[in-house]
Design a protein around this ligand. Structure first.
Ligand code: ADP
Ligand code: MG
Length: 240
């Protein structure tokens, strides 16, 4: 469904990504783990062209987003992004946050956009809060709104960047439960996470990033039970 091919990215003299190649099949969930600063967020940003890679190609469902002449906005709308900080619009209602992309990017009329938004909010258990401002919601609820907003666009791929890292511990499990359901439902997902239980149980493949490259990848059993790379072993020893 999405292929990242030999992605390089530098900021000034700092080489943040040094040739990352990663393929996520339709319906597959891949978790990315690795120490802070290893380039995980930069990789996701390159994948949806929030950052322009210096080298390499992004191929989404057969279309190379990095080719000249590709409508980047339209292509990017097919990748749902969920960030650590929910990035909701504070001046809009929950419903407004979920409909805004449907109306502005997809050009849907208000009523149709609101029907879709209500259905997506119901899926994350928040239909009853549609009229509220985000500030009235808990962090976990806000993150579920952000997930509903991304799903409303019918993305080909969902990407999560430490979606539970900013949440109070008791709110983490609701968001993880939604992510697990989504993975189980056949969504294609690329998930940067420090939640090793999620990586182990909800993903088919785990990728360990280290200093701008994929140092090791494999099934959860391979990565967690038989890690080969010394730095992966050390990372797991620290985090588990
Ligand atoms: P991770 O998500 O794995 O913690 P990041 O992709 O956020 O790692 O960052 C990797 C490295 O790139 C870090 O050293 C960070 O300081 C650097 N970096 C990220 N974004 C920028 C930027 N916009 N400008 C300069 N350096 C950046
Ligand atoms: Mg990051």
């Amino acid at each position: 469904m999405i292929t990242l091919e030999n992605i390089h990215k530098s900021y000034g003299p700092v080489q943040v990504l040094r040739g990352v190649t990663l393929e996520v099949a339709r319906g597959e969930t891949v978790s990315i783990i690795g120490a802070s600063g290893s380039g995980k967020s930069t990789l996701l940003k390159c994948a949806n062209l929030l950052e322009q890679p210096d080298r390499g190609r992004i191929i989404l469902d057969g279309t190379a987003l990095t080719d000249p002449g590709v409508n980047v906005d339209r292509a990017r709308a097919r990748i749902g992004m969920v960030f650590q900080h929910f990035n909701l619009f504070p001046h809009m209602s929950v419903l407004g946050n979920v409909t805004v992309g449907l109306r502005s990017v997809r050009g849907l009329p208000r009523q149709q956009a609101e029907e879709i938004a209500q259905a997506r909010l119901a899926e994350v258990g928040l239909a009853h809060l549609a009229g509220q401002r985000p500030a009235r919601l808990s962090g976990g609820q806000q993150q579920r709104v952000a997930i509903a907003r991304a799903l409303a666009m019918e993305p080909a791929v969902m990407m999560f960047d430490e979606a539970t890292s900013a949440l109070d511990p008791e709110l983490v499990k609701d968001v993880l439960a939604i992510m697990r359901d989504l993975a189980g439902s056949g969504m294609t997902m690329l998930v940067v996470t420090h939640e090793m239980a999620f990586a182990r149980e909800a993903s088919q493949r785990v990728v360990f990033m280290d200093r701008g490259v994929i140092a090791e990848s494999g099934t959860p059993a391979q990565i967690f039970e038989a890690p080969e790379h010394e730095r992966l072993r050390r990372f797991l020893a620290q985090i588990l």
